[in-house]
Write a protein that binds this ligand. Structure first.
Ligand code: BYC
Length: 318
């Protein structure tokens, strides 16, 4: 039997397993493109979690109360943990942490566009928790059923934590909306600036999406970018209304026949600018990450030395 025939039969068996909702595990046979596409998506997801610590970390020292500060610190630590689960999931596909970080630093690997916007006021911490974590949950709940086992299992834990993050963000917005006129204005201003970038988190329209069709076939993605974006809009509009905030979209209206909110066009030129490295904070975010990574070199060296010593001891004992 030729290699080609063997490969195509492997591919058929693989697709049948995916179609039957079986999880693909690290040592199972998988098409090389499936592996590469997963490494791309999972590592970008991991980078997003880690870079996402920066706009929120910016407010830890200036949180308005001790309680808010403790909550924000816990949230930012959770995001670091999410990055860790996701890097570990990607490593099961044969890449290394160094390779992934290298691709982030060279600009070859993306991270969520949303984190290239500045967090200017305390209300931005509310808007990030409410909108950005809501968008993340909508997307990630669907990814709990992704076909790759380690990614799906990481998502289950991450979604639980994101739910708490979303509640704390909405609670900040709710508290501000019950406050003075200046606090309500601050909350509205944060919504105005974070609304459209939140919609961009779901990526291009399905027809424009480079990866969607193949990713849906392989069940790496379970729902399209537009369907997820619509779910997010429907729920966020109701949440905004409930606390007296106005969504900054003149075209927003309830469409009875569709059973969904219609909404205006996203500025795709802005999206392209941000994902190609030219958003308001791209350079700052990457420079900060590189600096922190360089400053942490001694920790990695110490860990590697400890691991090598432990390995020798185990070998000597055997
Ligand atoms: N930003 O073919 P498409 C969080 C890229 S963080 C940047 O549709 P795909 C949190 C896309 O990568 C949670 N780039 O791609 C943390 C591709 O470029 P490449 C983040 C984007 O992968 C801290 C190109 O555009 N969640 O919760 O099928 C604090 C064409 O797009 C974006 C995830 O990462 C974007 N928004 O679909 C608070 C979820 N959109 O790679 C909260 C996992 C698209 O060919 N990821 N691009 O160079 C996914 O579900 C999918 O990767 C996406 C995009 C839906 C994002």
């Amino acid at each position: 039997m030729s290699t080609n025939v063997e490969l195509s039969s492997n591919e058929r068996i693989f697709q049948a397993r995916v179609d039957a909702e079986e999880k693909i595990e690290p040592k199972d046979w998988m098409p090389e493109k499936y592996r590469q596409n997963l490494i791309r998506q999972i590592s970008q997801h991991a980078h997003s979690e880690v870079i996402g610590e920066q706009p929120e970390g910016n407010w830890i020292t200036r949180a308005p109360t001790l309680e808010r500060k403790a909550i924000l610190m816990a949230k930012v630590q959770d995001e670091a943990g999410h990055g860790l689960y996701l890097y570990a999931a990607a490593e099961t596909l044969g890449t290394t942490r160094e390779e992934m970080i290298g691709r982030l630093h060279s600009g070859a690997s993306k991270y969520a566009s949303i984190f290239n916007y500045p967090s200017l006021t305390w209300a931005d911490i509310g808007a990030i928790g409410w909108l950005v974590d809501s968008a993340a949950i909508v997307n990630q709940v669907s990814l709990q059923n992704t076909s790759y086992g380690p990614y799906a299992r990481a998502m289950v834990r991450i979604c639980k934590e994101e739910s708490f993050h979303q509640r704390q963000g909405y609670n900040i917005m709710m508290t501000l909306m019950q406050g003075a006129q200046s606090q309500r204005a601050m909350a509205q201003d944060a919504l105005n600036r974070w609304w459209w970038p939140s919609l961009m988190m779901f990526g291009p329209h399905d027809g424009e999406s480079a990866h969607s069709a193949q990713s849906m076939k392989w069940k790496i993605k379970r729902r399209g970018n537009d369907e997820l974006r619509q779910q997010f809009v429907d729920q966020a509009v109701q949440q905004a209304l409930a606390i007296g905030l106005e969504v900054p979209d003149a075209d927003l209206s309830w469409n009875e026949s569709r059973g969904h909110d219609d909404f205006g066009d996203i500025d795709w030129q802005e999206f392209e600018r941000v994902i190609s490295g030219n958003g308001p904070c791209n350079r700052q975010r990457l420079a900060h990450h590189k600096r922190a990574h360089d400053e942490g070199a001694w920790v990695r060296e110490a860990m590697a030395a400890h691991e090598a010593k432990h390995r020798h001891k185990t070998e000597d004992a055997a």
